[in-house]
Design a protein around this ligand. Sequence first.
Ligand SMILES: Nc1ncnc2c1ncn2[C@@H]1O[C@H](COP(=O)(O)OP(=O)(O)O)[C@@H](O)[C@H]1O
Ligand SMILES: O=C(CO)[C@H](O)[C@H](O)COP(=O)(O)O
Length: 564
Amino acid sequence: MMGEQTREGGGIMMPGGDQEPGSYYVGVDVGTGSVRAALVDQRGILLAFADQPIKRWEPQFNHHEQSSEDIWAACCVVTKKVVQGIDVNQIRGLGFDATCSLVVLDKQFRPLPVNHEGDSRRNIIMWLDHRAITQVHRINETKHSVLQCVGGVMSVEMQAPKLLWLKENLRETCWDKAGHFFDLPDFLSWKATGVTARSLCSLVCKWTYSAEKGWDDSFWKMIGLEDFVADNYRKIGNQVLPPGASLGNGLTPEAAKDLGLPAGIAVAAPLIDAHAGGLGVIGADVRGHGLACEGQPVTSRLAIICGTSSCHMGISKDPIFVPGVWGPYFSAMIPGFWLNEGGQSVTGKLIDHMVQGHAAFPELKAKAAARCQSVYAYLNSHLDLIKKAQPVGFLTVDLHVWPDFHGNRSPLADLTLKGMVTGLKLSQDLDDLAILYLATVQAIAFGTRLIIEAMEAAGHSISTLFLCGGLSKNPLFVQMHADITGMPVVLSQEVESVLVGAAILGACASGDFTSVQEAMARMSKVGKVVFPRLEDKRYYDKKYQVFLKLVEHQKEYAAIMKGD
Ligand SMILES: Nc1ncnc2c1ncn2[C@@H]1O[C@H](COP(=O)(O)OP(=O)(O)O)[C@@H](O)[C@H]1O
Ligand SMILES: O=C(CO)[C@H](O)[C@H](O)COP(=O)(O)O
């Protein structure tokens, strides 16, 4: 068996001790800010990890673009790194997950520009791009029945409004030349295998496809994208596979060379990143941790994947319609289960924004660097210093934040909402920055509470949270989620659980497990459990009341300004 894992320089973790032959899987996770890869064994243990930043462009406000060639190149770099030094013939499967961004290629699979500048490197409209606001309003005005499966209101972050924007704004340079529109996860699996089949996850969650009924011609005709119907959906996918299914003949020789893997290994139909995180955490054996969900069905667990955004993945045996929460989507994450996906469009990005934009940030950076700490570790210890005898969360008794700086995804489904801060003072010192950071983290946790309440009001019964993603590495973020929701938070043994989810896909495609459920039970494991401080409940209930008032007041302000 593998020896103790040790972290080496450059973010790569390699096993120490002797290595016995076994079956390994490679998971590749394309987040908003970086691409990560891991070599994972059959027990779900990460044997090697590597990451690499990816390029992003913001040519104008609300326009966010990336490059599929840059992303594929980064996938190749990190994959080559994680398989260094092992016998690659022991690798049995490869799984990809990625953000739900829109990739545009021409008929010969070459990148097409999604911008007025005609820069074809920038051929991806990112998930958080809000350029298609007028298009999404028109789509929502149709009240078409497909909208019932996205919480009643389509998000500007989904693919239909973005496609309509391309048709209306870049007709000659992009729309007429386009041969293929991919969700980013499906682009990656195509690159690896040459198979253009789409994952059920992408099409159901972001493209209005129904696992039971397929495409709805009347929707595309009604919104002005009848072109897809006429073409039998060739450009957006007319062959659909469940996540984890094996694609074609596996890895092509060309992709194998790019990635440093053997040709022909199994490649799985992929998942969107949040869904891979869900797969990586939700099925763990929880016995012996004193959790309410022990002995309860898996539907009592809510997976929250917290990176640039936070995604709240709840599953059910029967469809549940939650106003303002995406879904119900059948088999889009776990086969046989319906999925509801709540979300907050910016969480990690919001915390970074608040901290980096503060006048005391240069001082914070210097002090954290002097202690070889991240700015967040420094801020957390600074809060511990200034809290004195009281619980740290009580430092924000008169400072409150509404976190929708990029609109509200769930459960209000209102992209016009803005961020709010109340309780500002004239000071700009490090204490002030630390407390603003705390209030922002709390606001994100209150947003989660609002989402959970909406899900429970519609029929979900949730007792335990399973967190993963970059923000789950922040103990303050985790504790505030426990305290503010009143629920225990489970963290996985492997911090990089999204990559475990991607590896689970590879393992399923290899045929080493008979089902996704079996692979989840074997490969995801409980690490740490963080319980809520129930003695602080009254304080957080009061802060929650203020939280709800903030949005109520924001709507009142908007109404006043609209009036005569
Ligand atoms: N160790 C850490 N402590 C605190 N915050 C962290 C840590 N690592 C990552 N983050 C935060 O998590 C967010 C990114 O999470 P990640 O899962 O890498 O994002 P994505 O998948 O969107 O690329 C960032 O906002 C970052 O500040
Ligand atoms: O919509 C989503 C999932 O359905 C995610 O918000 C999107 O994919 C971005 O993920 P991340 O914050 O991990 O980069």
